[in-house]
Design a protein around this ligand. Sequence first.
Ligand SMILES: [Fe+2]
Length: 246
Amino acid sequence: MRLAVISDIHSNFEALQSVLPQIDRDGVDAILNLGDIIGYNASPNECLELLWDRPVVSLAGNHDLALLEVSRAENFNIIAYQALLWSREQVKEGYLDFFRSLPITREGKGFIACHGTPTSTDAYLSYHFQGKRVFNYLRHLPDVRVCFFGHTHRRALWYRDIRGKIALISVRPYKMRLDKNCLYLINPGSVGQPRDGSPEAAYAVYDDEEFSIHFKSVPYDVKTAQRRILEAGLPEFLAERLAQGL
Ligand SMILES: [Fe+2]
C-alpha cells in the first residue's frame, strides 16, 4: 500500500491545491491527514471543500480541537490565538460535525498516526527525550513499526534500532529505504505552513511493501496565500513567514 501522508494544512488553500494533483500523480492508495486543517491562514472553508470529495482519512490536530472548544487555545501564542478566533467565525456550521468526528489517533497496517504524539495532540516531538518517550509507548503496540506525527511543521525521520539506539536520520529529497528491524517516527512536514526554511508545501509518500518513505515538496502560489491573509485582516507575520518557510 502506498500512502500519502499530509499534515498541518492550516487553511492554506493555495498550498493544498498544489499538493493534491501531485499526490494524484504519485499514484497512492489513500491519503492520511495528521490534523490541523484550520488555523493561521485565510482559507479554511476552501480547504475543507477541497478535501471533502476525496477519500482522505483525517485526524484531529490541536487547532481543530480548539475550533470546537476555545479554552483549548489558552496556551497558543497570541498570533495563533488571533487566527483561531478568526477561524471560529469563518468555518461554516456544516463542517463542525466533521471536526467533532475526528479521532486523535488512528492505526493502520504496521503504523499508528497522530498529530503531536500518540498520547497528546499538543505535545511536540522535536528532541531526543521526546522521541524516546514515543518509542517506549510503541512497545505496547507490537505490530506497529512506524508512527506518523505532525505538529512541529518540520520534516523528521527518527529511528530506534534493535539495540535501543535512537537517532535522527537526515531527510533526503529522494525515496529512502527503511530497515525492517527498526522502528520509525516520521513527520512529513507541513502543507500549509512549513518551518523547514523552504516555503514549498511538504508531504511524504510511504510504501509499506517496499518499506520506504519519500519526502516531497511542491512549490505553490505563496503570493496569493499572503494576499488572502492580509485581506482577511490576519496578523501580517502570518503572511511573511510563508515566504520564508518559518
Ligand atoms: Fe500545526
